[in-house]
Unconditional design. Structure first.
Lengths: 240, 491
């Protein structure tokens, strides 16, 4: 098992670079994300947000540099998987399962019990809004927003210490967006969860995250603590 | 508009991941095709010599025509398995101001540009030029070629219709196979002679070209049926038919739960195969492999031992090959989830391995009745069974990490049969040939039985070391997973 000792720095990036066919799409010389930090990543299309998250999750290989999760290189072992919850896109969902079957499968590979699954589904019943559990539908037949809910819920099922969500608010209905924001704030306060969230929506991300990093063409160009006027500052930056 | 369609199709073809596999594989495929082409041309050029030998007296042209109905039947059967229906991504065009009739015409026209329509011409054209033109008359050769082109197109459209309608209902295929077998039997006992029938129609038509209008009308009718069937399915609703299917009974399977995580993974594999139309139809057709023995064993002239080894590998491993070569591609929809989640790859592959060996064991048990044709056949099948079970299963899993091509499993299958064509079979041809190469030197030394025993022994040996082999499989997978995921993310 992974080391139980507490770490101040959860994710650390060292001279990371990723390119395709000679074009650099991500270049982060240094970045540290502390435990309990809520880290918001904003940027236009193609800024490298998803690429960065995929690198943290070892879904793609970097051309240079390393990412450390609790001081261990994510490429080297898979220990980080046991405390990292993630949902990037529909490619994470096993689409021919029902949501219940999917949750049971995720529980099984994470060695959770049946009771844990039931408790979990109970906790999320508001968020699911009676559209997901007990509907006898395969995930592939759900609407995009409901698929997203399944994925986000599954990422939280294992009570992770690190949570990585790519565009979690996109395609959710307004009620669910508000519920998700409240849920994330609650997890941050009660469980000291480290969160990495990307979004196009400046409103949501400034509301949930204490630290905002702006990516542009693969480079970090702003790294700010969220304050009263952060939203205005970001808006003026993006209004070109 | 057609110009656009053609250029899109051309781009789709040339930009496909398929070609980016590796230069060597492309060269091998090209080389195999070249050999096949030249064999067919040679066959067309020299078939008259063969026919003269077999039927010293008789009209070569009429004798050649005897085989045509058989050719049409076999062609349908072979195409049903090997041929991928033309895919055109209609969704991207339906919302645009393009007439539906144009889209339909294009789909149907595209289907005629197919290798299965070209291959027979490689035999027919040399035959028409060398024999019919010189020994008979130019006019006859011309009309005969016209007739041949009509029947080839006819077969092509018939197949399209059948495949679109019945891909999910193998029972009809069974009926068709029964029909073919019974005609062959009737022919053999000279109750009804299909070959005479075939010869008389085609000879008559070629000499009386005015009647070629009849097959032409049939062709028109088959085209029309195809067109109206496609038309009825060309609405967006049908293309991404979100039929609210009831959840199947697999969701209630609790038995496998008692095997814990591994059981859960096997259950996932079962659901994967069963709940996706594409994988289900592949698996449902697989039992046909078991009938291969019936084609070859009764006829003593066919083959010899080397060929029986091939048949054995094919019968006991047919389902395995079908499942194994798509193992990872079938997961392409959620592959990112597989590698990002806390999934134990050892167990993930163990589940797949259990699926594979189950199919091999079941296939072997079902082929035991072939002992009727001789104990040596049982021995060969047992040896090839062990070889499949221990060795080829591992090899297949090892090479599964080479898959890069996404398969969209959830897409409605009405217009989508990607990745089910002959090229996939060419890729795994070496697997079939391997045991024959092992056996060949023993055969040359005159100890053929030892060769067969060696095949079985290699199987047992690999079975004994299956844990270490599995580690190699998983190691390769872990090395390649980023590349696989990248390939799957691109469509």
């Amino acid at each position: 098992m992974y080391n139980k000792k507490t770490y101040k720095i959860m994710i650390e990036v060292k001279s990371l670079a990723k390119g395709y066919n000679g074009t650099i799409v991500l270049n982060i010389p240094e970045l540290k994300i502390e435990k309990g930090e809520s880290f918001g990543l904003v940027g236009n299309n193609g800024a490298g947000k998803t690429t960065f998250f995929r690198l943290i999750l070892d879904l793609i290989k970097a051309n240079n540099g390393e990412i450390f999760s609790k001081e261990i290189d994510v490429k080297k072992t898979t220990d980080w998987k046991s405390y990292t919850g993630s949902y990037l896109d529909e490619g994470f969902l096993i689409d021919f399962l029902t949501p219940e079957e999917y949750f049971n499968f995720i529980a099984s590979v994470n060695k959770l019990s049946k009771g844990d699954v039931d408790k979990f589904m109970d906790q999320f019943s508001d968020f699911f809004n009676d559209e997901i559990i007990g509907k006898n539908k395969y995930i592939r037949d759900l609407s995009r927003g409901n698929k997203q809910k399944v994925g986000i819920a599954a990422s939280l099922m294992t009570e992770p210490e690190v949570l990585i969500l790519d565009e979690p608010f996109a395609s959710l209905d307004p009620t669910s967006q508000i519920r998700l924001k409240n849920l994330l704030k609650q997890l941050r306060e009660e469980k000291n969860l480290t969160m990495l969230i990307s979004s196009h929506d400046l409103n949501h991300v400034t509301e949930v995250c204490e630290r905002i990093v702006v990516l542009d063409k693969g480079n970090i160009i702003h790294d700010i603590k969220t304050q009263e006027d952060t939203l205005k500052e970001l808006e003026s930056y993006f209004a070109v | 508009m057609f110009k656009w369609f053609l250029s899109h199709q051309w781009k789709e073809l040339t930009r496909s991941n398929f070609w980016q596999k590796s230069l060597i594989i492309n060269i091998i495929i090209g080389f195999l095709l070249l050999i096949m082409f030249s064999y067919l041309i040679l066959l067309g050029l020299f078939i008259d010599e063969v026919l003269k030998e077999l039927y010293p007296e008789g009209d070569i042209f009429a004798i050649f025509n005897r085989g045509l109905l058989y050719y049409l039947g076999t062609d349908l059967f072979v195409r049903f398995f090997l041929y991928s229906l033309p895919v055109i991504n209609v969704e991207s065009y339906l919302h645009l101001p393009i007439k539906k009739s144009k889209i339909l015409s294009f789909i149907l026209l595209k289907s005629t540009l197919n290798i299965f329509n070209v291959l027979p011409l490689l035999v027919f054209i040399p035959f028409a030029l060398k024999i019919v033109l010189t020994d008979y008359s130019g006019e006859l050769a011309l009309w005969w070629m016209v007739l041949m082109i009509i029947i080839i197109l006819n077969n092509s459209f018939v197949l399209h219709y059948l495949k679109r309608r019945f891909i999910d209902k193998p029972i009809y295929l069974g009926i068709f196979a029964l029909l073919v077998v019974s005609t062959i039997i009737l022919d053999k006992f000279q109750i009804f002679s299909l070959s005479e029938f075939s010869s008389s129609i085609f000879t008559f038509l070629a000499y009386n070209p005015i009647y070629i209008i009849i097959p032409l009308i049939i062709l028109g009718a088959v085209y029309g049926i195809n067109r109206s069937y496609l038309k009825s399915r060309l609405t967006l609703e049908d293309v991404n038919a979100k039929k609210q299917k009831k959840v199947d009974s697999l969701s209630r399977v609790k038995y496998l739960d008692s095997f814990g995580e591994l059981g859960e993974m096997i259950l996932l594999e079962l659901k994967l195969v069963w709940r996706n139309k594409r994988s289900r139809s592949i698996i449902m057709m697989s039992p046909m492999f078991l009938l291969y023995g019936l084609l070859f064993y009764p006829n003593e002239d066919m083959g010899g031992l080397g060929f029986y080894i091939f048949v054995g590998i094919f019968m006991t491993g047919g389902i395995m090959f079908n499942y194994g070569q798509y193992m990872l591609s079938w997961e392409s929809n959620y592959f990112d989830g597989i590698i990002a989640n806390n999934i134990d790859f050892q167990k993930h592959f163990r589940a797949k391995y259990i699926m594979i060996i189950s199919t091999v064991i079941i296939s072997f048990i079902l082929t035991i009745p072939y002992v009727y044709f001789g104990v040596n056949i049982l021995m060969i099948n047992a040896a090839t069974f062990l070889f499949n079970l221990g060795f080829l299963s591992m090899l297949l899993m090892y090479f599964s990490s080479s898959s890069r091509k996404r398969m969209d499993m959830a897409k409605s299958s009405a217009f989508n049969y990607q990745g089910m064509g002959a090229s996939n079979w060419i890729m795994i041809l070496p697997f079939f040939l391997l045991p024959i190469f092992i056996w060949l030197p023993f055969n040359l030394l005159g100890v053929s039985e030892w060769g067969i025993a060696t095949i079985g022994f290699i199987g047992i040996l690999s079975l004994a070391f299956h844990k270490s082999l599995m580690k190699l499989v998983v190691k390769r997978f872990e090395e390649k997973k980023h590349l696989i995921a990248e390939g799957f993310r691109e469509s």
